[in-house]
Design a protein around this ligand. Structure first.
Ligand SMILES: *Cc1c(COP(=O)(O)O)cnc(C)c1O
Length: 390
């Protein structure tokens, strides 16, 4: 029966883990289908870099294949190899470029399609990327305004002219990436769109792709032949547009409940002084490792983070985080729930159906992408999917 539910487990034993990460693959599939509908005639690929945004490519990729996805994007060749195992027939693009000639041979072996970002990479692939005389496919990435990866417009033009003569490369996709798609009214979206149209004209007959999740929401002009959603598949709110199904739910186990008096302080630095007698739930989850967004060179409005901090959700109510989060533990003010309402062993949702991923990320002064990809390996993971084998 299609509605029977199947569970799969990963990570430490549930009874021994401080936190639970539940990944609803049915919601993931529903998001894929919803994005495909918006994309209309354009093909919908799945971006599964960084282990499917931290949710586990091994489970996410087959679920997307089941939903009809046959094209994947990863950042690194190692990720491509992992996706190849999970999706033997899919087309797999590696965004991060070719890591030199030796790596290029591995791409060919695993039938990964490199995204060519420089003239040097094009030359390597011309030399290595062919079998029996026929060039292996590649994608060509042109930078239209992000200054991250990709050929410049002039380089793209030169490459297109050369390749028209030699046929040494077999581009199967021409792509670019939007820098400001999250801001619908940002003038750069139009500028990149026009630049991309010019790029596309250089490679006639080659399918084109510009839009990430937020780009899809910008409208049909941005869809071209293929769209590349990542975060929206995982329940993010592209361009602030809510309505994707929540895919990941995290919950932390309560390990102690304490009663503290007015005037006492909580956690490191004693940054919060209690104004009333307070019931505190101590939950077994804290900050993880990571290159924090606070390190950005400029332009990250960290001070826009919610001044009051994050919240949890337990027994139908939101409960605020008290004081500083520590490495392994976080304290919540559960006074409003009343004495005896909570017990050690209960769990507090950190984000999921009741506290949206984007809301939790905003409270942390960061974005959904960073929150998801830093979810700890110490969490017990369970995957929920439909059992359509029976
Ligand atoms: C990560 C990435 C995507 C997916 O972006 P989302 O905002 O997560 O949808 C698409 N294209 C490129 C080039 C990327 O690096």
């Amino acid at each position: 029966m299609a509605d029977e539910v199947r569970y799969r487990e990963a990570g430490p034993d549930a009874r021994l883990a401080g936190g639970q990460l539940t990944i609803d693959l049915r919601a993931l599939q529903a998001n894929y289908r919803a994005l495909s509908r918006i994309a209309g005639k354009a093909h919908t690929a799945g971006v599964v870099k960084a282990d499917a945004y931290g949710l586990g490519a091994e489970a996410v990729v087959p679920a997307l294949v089941e939903a009809g996805c046959d094209t994947f994007f990863v950042a690194l060749p190692t990720e491509g190899i992992a996706v190849r195992e999970a999706a033997p027939k899919a087309r797999i693009y590696v965004l991060g470029g070719l890591f030199g000639r030796e790596a290029a041979e591995v791409y060919a072996e695993a039938a990964l399609v490199p995204v060519i970002n420089t003239r040097e990479e094009a030359a390597i692939w011309e030399a290595v990327g062919h079998a029996g005389g026929k060039p292996w496919p590649c994608a060509i990435h042109v930078d239209t305004g992000m200054n991250r990866l990709g050929l410049t417009m002039a380089e793209a033009r030169a490459l297109a002219e050369e390749n028209a003569l030699t046929g040494a490369l077999r581009p199967v996709l021409i792509m670019s990436h939007l820098a400001c798609a999250d801001e619908r009214e940002h003038p750069q979206n139009r500028l990149q769109l026009e630049a991309f149209r010019a790029v596309r004209a250089l490679f006639s007959g080659v399918p084109a792709s510009l839009a990430n999740s937020a780009g899809i929401v910008l409208g049909r002009d941005f869809h071209f032949d293929m769209v590349r959603p990542g975060i929206a598949l995982y329940g993010g709110s592209p361009g602030g547009r809510t309505g994707m199904h929540p895919v990941a739910t995290t919950a932390a186990r309560i390990v102690q409940i304490r009663h503290a008096a007015a005037g006492e302080t909580v956690s490191y630095g004693a940054t919060v002084t209690l104004e009333r007698a307070t019931i505190i739930a101590v939950a077994s989850a804290g900050y993880a490792d990571g290159l924090h967004r606070a390190l950005s060179g400029s332009g990250v409005p960290l001070r826009a983070a919610s001044a009051a901090g994050g919240q949890g959700f337990v027994h139908g109510r939101r409960v605020p985080i008290l004081g500083r989060i520590t490495m392994d533990l976080t304290m919540f003010d559960v006074t409003e729930l009343g004495d005896g309402a909570l017990a050690v062993g209960d769990t507090i949702e950190l984000f999921g159906p009741n506290i949206l991923l984007d809301e939790a990320a905003a409270a942390a002064g960061t974005i959904s992408y960073e929150l998801l990809t830093s979810m700890g390996r110490r969490f017990h993971r369970s995957y929920v999917s439909n059992d359509d084998e029976a």
